[in-house]
Design a protein around this ligand. Sequence first.
Ligand SMILES: NC(=O)CC(=O)C(=O)O
Length: 272
Amino acid sequence: MHKEFRLALIQMKVMETKEASVDRAVLNVARVSEKGAEVVVLPEMFNCPYETHLFSDYAEEEGGYTWQKLSEAAERNKVYLIGGSIPEREEDRLYNTSYIFDPKGKCIGKHRKIHMLDIDIVNGQYFRESDALSAGETPTIVETEFGKIGVAICYDIRFPELSRYMVSKGAGVLIFPAAFNMTTGPAHWELLLRSRAVDNQVYTVGCAPARDYDLGYISYGHSMVVNPWGDVIGELNEDEGYLVGQIDLEAEQTIRDQLPLLKHLKKEKYTL
Ligand SMILES: NC(=O)CC(=O)C(=O)O
């Protein structure tokens, strides 16, 4: 297993048409692969404005247009591609789904967002994802040449048990395609990423769309990589851009050896 790799986050604007968003994503995958990225992450709902009434119009079945383009991009650029998320249609249901591809373009995993963003904050963000979407059922951990990677989507990060579960199953990196908003982003985004990293002594990564004040739901941006010590080792602001960071799994193990939190866990004393 390779102990070090370069991971890139693409913080992109979501365009009006699905095709334009997918083109933008694919172009950026090529850009970051030229910079040496081996694992590339896209944002939540990167091919569709994050609005419940639009999910159905933009939705695709597994293997559809966006899936194909992501698979080709992964293969052409020889990268693992954590394909953000898109609205997925299966029969009469819609899901918020992340497809994950290996450098041969094979789909090696798929995560359906488990926790629905149903919030109503006074003088702040209102959103009811469950008006349009169904919830996923299972945690997602993919096998790569860099070890196991846990993938979950945005609001899933607020449930520490899910991250702990993925780490307990061997995930050495947690990746969250996400789209926090202008209410919860400034309040909780960095705090949550750093908390999951410190709780689990794991690289924790959040990749968001760029901020766009013309959209109904405004993404906070600030895509970020946090190391297992809880330090932010890379962060974008609100604009479009990308970030390439080094992931060092040996350093992660050193932290776990020196401060053996995961070994000290006494689950039997406080299982929920
Ligand atoms: N967009 C999400 O799913 C999560 C989010 O915005 C939050 O605050 O949590």
